[in-house]
Design a protein around this ligand. Structure first.
Ligand code: PLP
Length: 714
């Protein structure tokens, strides 16, 4: 295949640079440029400009280079791109002019930036991706560190028996927006880490996320043994031994990668405990430079920030002491401490005995820790009180910063245009300011409704197109065609439920009283339908059985084609769903949902939430912007809780949601409904964007970490 650079005409030569900076993905003008270049190919590649530039015909490129409209648009986008990249007047520059030369390093196991880079599994990854994008928008001196997983997370297939199958595709790296980091001699840069007695090497991939880099480690290099090459092949697909090896590579290898790149961060942010070994590597560096262990620990603590993401105990990695010994034998000597002291840094009583817990390590070695919603902060302080046995719960030093979503990524283009028209053409610059959103009152009801309907139509045609493609490309299974959304009614009230199938999220709750649900769905005057999507972790048998349960119901003609299960949920689908359904349902078992973010994506697009008062929704719900399920009660008995919550859902649907949705005026607009849509955006958009979130991380955590380091020698 011809190299992209050789085939793109000079006149539009920088379009390659644009394709390799994910900035395009959240910039409507840049998206428009690629769409215009070759619309069918744009759709075929699922909006992947790198792949598109590879596959596009040279003739089409020549044509574009001679099309004055295209050139005008190209010039405009490149101007905006250059201005954005060199802007020295961002929020961060204005607020912290003296900190421009500092670096914040952000470590995460997964990054959900775009579906063309499948290195995420769910909420945690999407959050990291959104975090990185907003850090660029606000001008933070930010660097991400993670893994390149050449086989990514699995692709989900649901055969007619409904039992999820995991399929791994080898990513064609030349079609992903990543480039290898080269050393001074033009060779791929390498770092290495000792893993259980032998060095394991990694190359470093560079991803451009707007103004900032993200570096991804990849052990699939010639120098490694076959087993080590596989280490970073897949996300969350190994046993506990693979996991500790990956976490050592991320934590310790990540620090070494930054050093190899000549980067000396002033703040280190661990997004989840997966990367907590980085603190040990930083201590080791200080000890090697002559500090005592205690001195080194104090320095590292001040500069470290840790975010915990789940109240579910199994979500916190813990490794048997024997395994930790196997990998860190000798490392404690380099730290100048004993084996016992080393093990005590992560020591925690698990259900299966004492072990080395990554959250405990991260909490002990970070000066600042936070949960991801107010409620999750409360829960985390209780959960981890033991790390500070001499403190009462309220004094446990874990604060909270509620999650957000990157608005430019998740807002529908059509909704964006409405805001341009009625709020301000530059609403995006000020979107965390609640006052600008008051102007939504000026959007006429019927216009609001029309925009929503167009997004709903888009969702429906997207779903049908997926089924069609699957059908054509080999699935010979007619049930699949039936269950995947072809029977959906574009006019019916459509509820969306899409997320990972972790059992605490209770995906099947709404089926508890099947007859009652049937009456709701099959009402001939006011039909209701539900679209489900989501993957269960490959080792989560109960999660897979929930999928099977829903899939079987979707097949059942007694539910009248009103249930659909769409396979292989990802960011691309998430955009269509959170922009195109009518109601977003979330019914986790409180307080397990630390925050949740998919509901925020829906809320900013005017899709009201129907949700348990858990995670972010406790803060978001105001009585007029959606619906709460239950009160804030938590039952001891799960059965009782499930019964109570399910009953509540039916009742709200029957008495409020369905009647309001179908209450239309003469031109067909549901005015009461539109009021809730409007209020959903007005109240949530300024609060639950990463704009507000990153400002809080910066003001409350990063700046403190940076300044505390000022007094110390580097
Ligand atoms: C937003 C998003 C999530 C997170 O969903 P929650 O409901 O917050 O769990 C998971 N997966 C994908 C693909 C997403 O886009």
């Amino acid at each position: 295949m011809m190299h992209i650079k050789d085939k793109v005409p000079e006149k539009i030569g920088r379009i390659t640079e644009l394709a390799y900076n994910l900035w395009w993905s959240w910039t409507p003008e840049a998206r428009g440029l690629f769409r215009r270049l070759d619309y069918p190919l744009w759709r075929k590649t699922l909006h992947n400009p790198v792949q598109m530039l590879q596959e596009i015909s040279p003739a089409r490129l020549e044509e574009a280079a001679h099309d004055s409209t295209f050139i005008r648009q190209y010039n405009k986008v490149m101007l905006l791109f250059d201005e954005t990249m060199k802007n020295r007047n961002t929020w961060f520059h204005q607020t912290y002019p003296e900190l421009g030369d500092k670096t914040i390093a952000y470590f995460s196991f997964e990054f959900g930036l775009h579906s063309s880079l499948p290195i995420y599994s769910g909420g945690l990854g999407i959050l990291s991706g959104d975090h990185a994008k907003e850090a660029s928008d606000l001008g933070l001196p930010f660097i991400g560190v993670g893994f390149m997983y050449p086989q990514g997370y699995f692709r989900q297939r649901i055969p007619s028996h409904g039992w999820q199958e995991a399929v791994y595709h080898q990513l064609d790296i030349t079609q992903a927006p990543v480039l290898p980091v080269l050393d001074g001699n033009g060779h791929e840069m390498r770092i290495s880490v000792n893993l259980g007695g032998r060095p394991v090497h990694a190359r470093i991939w560079h991803v451009r996320v707007g103004r900032n880099p993200l570096y991804l480690l990849d052990t699939d290099v010639d120098e490694n043994e076959p087993w080590d090459r596989e280490l970073s092949a897949r996300l969350y697909a190994g046993d506990s031994e693979t996991r500790i090896r990956q976490e050592i590579m991320l934590g310790i290898g990540g620090v070494r990668a930054l050093r190899a790149l000549g980067i000396n961060p002033s703040a280190w942010h661990m997004n989840e405990g997966h990367s907590a070994f980085l603190t040990l590597e930083c201590i080791r560096e200080h000890v090697a430079a002559g500090k005592t262990f205690d001195e080194a620990l104090q320095i590292v603590r001040k500069r470290s920030v840790f975010t915990t993401h789940t109240p579910v105990p199994a979500g916190h990695d813990a490794f048997g002491f024997h395994m930790v010994e196997q990998y860190f034998n000798g490392f404690w000597d380099e730290l100048g401490i004993s084996r016992e002291h080393f093990l005590s840094l992560g020591g925690h009583e698990e259900e299966w005995g004492m072990a080395f817990n990554m959250t405990v390590l991260a909490l002990k070695l970070s000066g600042q820790s936070n949960g991801v919603s107010k409620l999750h902060g409360d829960v985390s302080r209780k959960m981890w009180n033991e790390v500070w046995p001499d403190k009462v719960v309220d004094d446990v030093p874990i604060t909270s910063i509620t999650n957000g979503v990157h608005i430019p990524t998740w807002i529908a283009g059509e909704m964006h245009n409405v805001f341009d028209k009625y709020i301000s053409p530059v609403w995006m610059d000020d979107h965390d300011n609640p006052t600008i959103w008051q102007r939504l009152a000026e959007v006429p009801d019927d216009e609001f409704w029309e925009v929503h309907l167009s997004l709903k139509r888009k969702l429906m045609s997207y779903l049908r197109e997926r089924v069609r493609r699957r059908w054509v490309n080999g699935s010979n299974d007619p049930t699949q065609v039936l269950t995947s959304g072809t029977l959906l009614d574009p006019e019916a009230l459509t509820i969306g439920f899409a997320r990972r199938f972790a059992t605490y999220k209770r995906a099947t709750l709404i089926f508890r009283d099947l007859e009652r649900l049937q009456r709701i769905l099959l009402d001939i005057h006011r039909p209701v339908q539900i679209v489900f999507a989501g993957k269960a972790h490959p080792a989560d048998e109960p999660g897979k059985s929930l999928i099977q349960h829903i899939y079987n119901l979707a097949k059942h003609n007694q539910l009248g084609g009103r249930i659909a299960f769409i396979e292989d949920y990802d960011m691309h689908m998430a955009r269509y769903l959170t922009q195109g359904v009518d109601v977003w349902l979330n019914n986790p078992r409180r307080p397990r949902e630390a925050s949740g973010t998919s509901g925020m994506k829906a809320a900013i697009n005017g899709i009201p939430n129907l949700s348990i008062l858990d995670g972010w929704w406790v803060e978001g719900y105001n009585g007029a912007n959606g619906w709460a399920i239950g009160d804030e009660r938590e039952f001891e008995n799960h059965e009782a809780q499930d019964g109570f919550d399910a009953n509540f859902i039916y009742q709200v649907l029957e008495e409020e949601i369905v009647p309001l949705y179908y209450d239309r005026d003469r031109d067909g607009t549901p005015r009461g409904w539109v009021e809730i849509m409007r209020e959903s955006i007005r109240s949530n958009a300024p609060m639950f964007g990463t704009r507000r979130m990153i400002k809080e991380y910066t003001n409350e955590l990063y700046v403190k970490a940076i300044l505390s380091g000022e007094t110390e020698p580097a």
